[in-house]
Write a protein that binds this ligand. Sequence first.
Ligand SMILES: Cc1cc2nc3c(=O)[nH]c(=O)nc-3n(C[C@H](O)[C@H](O)[C@H](O)COP(=O)(O)O)c2cc1C
Length: 352
Amino acid sequence: MITREAIKDIIKAGTMAPSGDNSQPWRFEVEGDKVVIILVDKDIALINYRLRGTLMAHGAALENMRLAAAAKGLDSQISVLMDKEKIASIRFFDGRVAEDDKELAKYIPSRVTNHKPFKKVPLPVDFVEFLEKETGTVGGGVVSLTQDQRTVRDIGKLSGVFERVVLEFPPLHRVFFDHVVWSEEEELQKHTGLYVKTLELSPPEEFGFGLYRSSKTARVLNALGFSRLIAAQNGRLYGESGSIIGLSAASDNDAEYITLGRLLERIWLRCHQFGLSAQPLTGVQFLNQTLRGEGPGGFMPGHVAMVEKAYDKIASLLQVQKGETLAFMLRVGYSDPPSARSTRLPPQIMFK
Ligand SMILES: Cc1cc2nc3c(=O)[nH]c(=O)nc-3n(C[C@H](O)[C@H](O)[C@H](O)COP(=O)(O)O)c2cc1C
């Protein structure tokens, strides 16, 4: 029987997983040798269609738990539940453990989102070989990769469209800025939200970002053309990466996003194993899913057209097949380490 201390360690590894705006949308119930991951819904609905971003975070947390158990010599089995807020369970038992899983587990504590510029250097051949095999490892999800510099540049530029919509569409502007954590003091008090120091802004950029917080000032800045300028600047930064990795869903089934989250976490940890940095680029993908799944709602027609066009172009550049949905992108490359990192809430665990 697995000890309480071991279960706590494993769950802690789960909580180190990435989540949209560091929302950490989970709590845990423990029944003997089984942990159930429970949904705590606190993500931004407009860019979290059918909670698919949340399900990806749950998948990443599950994969971390599986790997952390492997590092302790324990095998495990993940079962998708999707029973109201009970998302999935993971049961631990004695068994054979892959050496590669133990190796990946080492990078769980250091995995981080890196917003710094990346070098335009090709990825190591061994990493690309791993990537080609990765699709099969968790039983779903499709991985695509481009290292072609022109394609990377175009995808980066198209991804900047999201920033423009965030700055120009008031409901999205409001929720986005509500999630920003503005100082180290606030981060250490809240342990959740988008910590401004992780964004790698220069002092004038951070000042400008602060001005954008007010919806009135945002309107003025937008009229002066700042939203376009910022979108173009971010797009350029994204496009200067060594490569872009795409993760696509092969079906319209929500549960597949749990698998995609597991796949994402494995790839991200693999990046760290090879000394590579990664940053997700997901705004266009998730907004596109909302617009196409729920209709344009209150979005401005110009924004709808811009997002849908950007999505279609990116999907075609990454050769996403008909019937598949490009859910997530990671820009990956060599970079200096990030200047700051997001912290975590203490795990919420209930032993039954
Ligand atoms: C579903 C999902 C979507 C995300 N989208 C973005 C994104 O578009 N841009 C970005 O910079 N980070 C994105 N992230 C990364 C989170 O912001 C990050 O994981 C969180 O702030 C915690 O920081 P850490 O990854 O450094 O631990 C995303 C993460 C998840 C799981």
